[in-house]
Design a protein around this ligand. Structure first.
Ligand SMILES: C[S@@+](CC[C@H](N)C(=O)[O-])C[C@H]1O[C@@H](n2cnc3c(N)ncnc32)[C@H](O)[C@@H]1O
Length: 448
């Protein structure tokens, strides 16, 4: 097998990420954008001792489940991974990912895994995008996403998983910058001003636009066009980020126009969302995820609950409607300010938000309170061991683990299994349709 050479491959199955799996020269080959039962021509892109990676160049015999991608940028853009297959196959791959991850844990080979909860809207669902801007070889202003594992910007004029009104506003901003000859930031030479834009939208398609620049600039012209021609733009900020980093958003936010926050409705409660707030990027599917987690927890009115890693309190405040008392713990101070504001906005009394690291705060909270259930929805890296140890020591009867990374979730769950917990139920939820990410809710109970 030679790097860069093209081979004919028979695809026999899928890997965890929905890539086709073939074999050649006693190696397993993971083939991007190839489907089970297909014969493809694929170019070898990476070779390791026992396996290699390849990219589909031509499909010789297509699967009946293959579909034409509805995104014209699918070939280059690294955003979505699964646009070449029908949604049913995507869901089956995601279910298999969760099943296989649990099957690696000996005691969980036969754990009950519910069917994946599907997304009703598999395009236009994203409620937040951060898009970098650049210029092409002819000095035209462009924007887009980076190609996979590269820093090459793929120029687009819309993104099919983003909100359609957001797409229109981004395109207008591109035209404005071009006509006004505003210098676009060049990350190689570190010259220019305009880096990109972050836009989030709420359930009413109202938008918050954050213009990201290296230095303060007068955008009053752009602001008045946006206010006049795009009535759904309700809030506009300037974000100043002079740092030489890949991270788009800087620390300094200047409010330019409109409301300071957007109001989101989550399961009937209102949430003030700021530019920096963490919010699930798929509003409809996130509500399904939360409902499933609440249902799986079998909550009753007399329970006391902790919502760890609570962000702006989406889960915490909804839990408060169903139980006696809830503590929300979150490390980002602004998120806690937001959460307390949201508590007042909804006139909820039976909640306390605590600002700090879960692994530190939980150890203080547990000895002083009788807690019946702990919900935890950590970032991709999962939980600190000391957080899990505190739960084990306190013998909390019921746990609800919400995870966007099944690998770290299984690591943490394995620790809990070794320490007298058992898995009760698992439900995968499709939040990030057309990409290979999948969210999972897992309930655990203390063994008698
Ligand atoms: C996946 S988000 C979950 C947010 C919330 N549950 C929701 O559904 O909107 C993870 C949250 O954990 C917070 N976080 C990360 N590490 C933390 C830690 N060690 N202690 C407390 N919060 C943490 C992040 O700031 C983020 O808000």
């Amino acid at each position: 097998m030679e790097l860069g050479k093209i081979y004919e491959l028979n695809i026999t199955s899928y890997d965890m990420n929905g890539w086709g799996v073939a074999s050649l020269d006693n190696k397993v080959i993971f083939v991007e954008k190839a489907m089970k039962a297909e014969v493809v021509l694929a170019k070898i892109t990476n070779i390791h001792k026992k396996y290699a990676f390849a990219q589909t160049v031509k499909v010789l015999e297509a699967s009946t489940e293959r579909i034409e991608s509805i995104c014209p940028y699918y070939e280059g853009c690294g955003g979505c991974d699964l646009l070449h297959m029908n949604y049913q196959v995507e869901c089956e791959i995601k279910e298999a990912k969760i099943k296989n991850s649990f099957a690696k844990i000996n005691s969980l080979k036969n754990v009950k895994i519910n069917p994946i909860i599907k997304n009703d809207k598999i395009t236009g669902y994203r409620n937040k995008i951060i898009i970098p801007f650049s210029v092409d070889a002819d000095n035209n202003v462009i924007y887009g996403f980076y190609a996979k594992m590269s820093h090459e910007l793929i120029s687009i004029d819309h993104c099919i998983i983003s909100n359609q009104y957001v797409n229109e506003v981004v395109e207008f901003i591109r035209k404005y910058l071009s006509v006004m000859n505003i210098k676009i930031y060049n990350e190689t030479t570190h010259t220019g001003i305009f880096k990109g834009v972050m836009i989030r939208n709420n359930y009413l398609n109202e938008m918050m636009v954050v213009l990201i620049v290296t230095t303060k600039i007068d955008f009053s012209g752009l602001v008045s066009y946006l206010e006049k021609d795009y009535p759904l733009v309700k809030s506009i900020y300037l974000n100043i980020n002079p740092k030489l980093t890949n991270v788009m958003l800087g620390d300094k936010l200047i409010h330019l126009a409109g409301a300071k926050t957007l109001v989101e409705d989550i399961l009937g409660l209102k949430f003030n969302v700021s530019a920096a707030s963490f919010m699930q990027i798929n509003h409809e599917a996130a509500q399904k995820l939360y409902n499933e987690a609440f249902k799986m927890a079998n909550l009753t009115k007399n329970m006391n609950v902790i919502d760890a890693y609570c962000g702006m309190g989406s889960i915490t405040l909804n839990l408060a409607k169903m139980v006696n008392y809830v503590y929300g713990i979150e490390v980002v101070p602004d998120a806690i300010i937001n959460a307390n504001h949201n508590k007042e906005l909804n006139n909820i009394k039976n909640v306390t938000f605590i600002c700090g690291k879960c692994e530190e705060e939980i150890a203080k909270l547990l000895p002083q309170n009788k807690i019946d259930v702990i919900f935890f929805d950590p970032p991709r890296k999962g939980c600190e061991k000391s957080f899990l140890e505190a739960i084990v020591n306190a013998q909390i009867p019921k746990l609800v683990y919400i995870s966007c990374n099944i690998a770290t979730a299984c690591r943490d769950i394995n620790y809990l299994l070794e320490n007298n917990y058992q898995v009760v139920e698992v439900t995968p939820v499709d939040i990030f349709s057309r990409t290979n990410n999948v969210e999972t809710v897992v309930t655990l109970s203390l063994r008698k």
